[in-house]
Design a binder for this molecule. Structure first.
Ligand SMILES: Cc1ncc(COP(=O)(O)O)c(C=O)c1O
Length: 373
């Protein structure tokens, strides 16, 4: 096995000079003597709310907490059923369980990998209280149908846009469709911090006020607790870094899209590869560049032998995780999801990836299929 020559993800100075800007605000944050919440967090919240076409943003400790606080703010709890995609990162489902509700999984569409209103409609019951579409891999969900379904059945809509900051559906940015929406600033995300971070956004003032209290022990003001809250506050340092990166988010996403277009053209028609599509009305910001092949494991091994690091999102579907056997699903319950787990491979794609790196990935994939498929 070769040492890693081409990483799955790396922090590069893209656009040139961003690293210096980040370093400067890190030093300023250290000197400010403010470490948690404060003016920098407030400023970031205002800027992120504007970027998300929402009235308010509330910074929290990570994306998982953003989902938990969003669910709590929307008054979802014990006995409520919440529709979630079967193919998502575990956090979406864990958050539902954390607040005592019941996750009800639905198959994604086999082409977009996102949930659709038609698939969600099948699992509706009188206990269904909310729905959490996930803009998976950076590809916006087709929101029209989901919004109609939510309206028709009086469901709370919570978008999980952890993987899709800046993606749009019909010109409207994701995160702004839901009653309340949640995102993550995990370092590798399209808008990433230098550690954990997350936020929820909403245009409902009551939800925003609750979330602000709930993330900080339920305090309305210091040592005056209105509800039993949690501690999940955004660090001042992370907010300072995120303010810099937010200014470049469009540029960073454009670079991801440019790199994705190169892959899409170069890998078209090779072997049995299935490449990502962009659905009508949607944009894709390629948090993850997912390809699919029946030879996934062999391809991953071959690439790693060439020093190319890849990832799998996600190797074990939520319903087949040991933690979720209690939900009663079985192998075969979600054939599309299971096929995604068995065939998906995520290729290296990150702002600042060089042409030589990307060409090496492309050539290695071509060579693999010439030899193996
Ligand atoms: C779809 C999705 N939801 C939620 C999360 C949770 O975010 P975090 O890792 O910041 O808790 C992530 C990412 O990690 C994610 O990809």
């Amino acid at each position: 096995m070769q040492p890693i020559a081409i990483p799955y993800f790396a922090f590069r100075d893209f656009p040139a000079g961003i690293n210096r800007e980040v370093e400067q605000v890190v030093v300023q944050a250290l000197q400010s003597n403010q470490f948690i919440l404060g003016e920098e967090v407030k400023a970031f919240e205002e800027e992120f709310a504007a970027a998300t076409q929402s009235a308010a943003a509330i910074g929290v400790g990570n994306g998982y907490d953003a989902l938990v606080v969003a669910l709590k703010a929307a008054d979802i709890g014990a006995g409520d059923e919440v529709i979630v995609p079967a193919n998502t990162f575990i956090a979406t489902v864990n958050a539902v369980v954390q607040i005592g509700a019941i996750p009800v999984l639905v198959e994604p569409d086999r082409h977009t990998y996102n949930i659709t209103a038609a698939n969600a409609a099948v699992v509706l019951t009188e206990k269904t209280k909310a729905m959490i579409p996930v803009h998976l891999y950076g590809h916006a969900c087709q929101m029209d149908g989901l919004l109609e379904l939510a309206k028709a059945h009086d469901l709370i809509l919570i978008e999980d846009f952890a993987q899709a900051q800046g993606a749009q559906y019909r010109g409207q940015v994701v995160g702004s469709f839901g009653h309340v929406s949640a995102t993550s600033f995990y370092p590798t995300k399209n808008l990433g911090a230098l550690g954990d971070g997350g936020a929820l956004v909403t245009s409902d003032p009551e939800l925003a006020a609750f979330a602000r209290m709930y993330r900080n022990y339920g305090q309305e003001q210091k040592y005056h607790n209105k509800v039993v809250g949690i501690n999940s506050r955004l660090d001042t340092l992370q907010a300072a870094v995120l303010r810099v990166k937010l200014r470049y988010l469009t540029q960073l996403n454009k670079e991801r899209q440019r790199l994705a277009q190169i892959y899409l053209q170069a890998l078209q028609g090779i072997g049995d590869l299935i490449l990502p599509t962009t659905a009508e009305g949607c944009t894709h910001v390629y948090h993850i560049f997912n390809v699919r092949t029946q030879h996934r494991d062999a391809l991953q091994l071959y690439l790693s032998e060439q020093g190319i690091q890849t990832a799998i999102h996600y190797p074990v579907s939520v319903h087949l995780q040991e933690a979720y056997t209690y939900l009663g699903y079985k192998r075969g319950s979600f054939p599309v999801t299971e096929e995604l787990a068995d065939t998906s491979l995520s290729l290296p794609l990150f702002p600042g990836m060089t042409e030589a790196e990307q060409q090496a990935v492309i050539v290695s994939i071509q060579t693999f299929f010439e030899r193996h498929a």
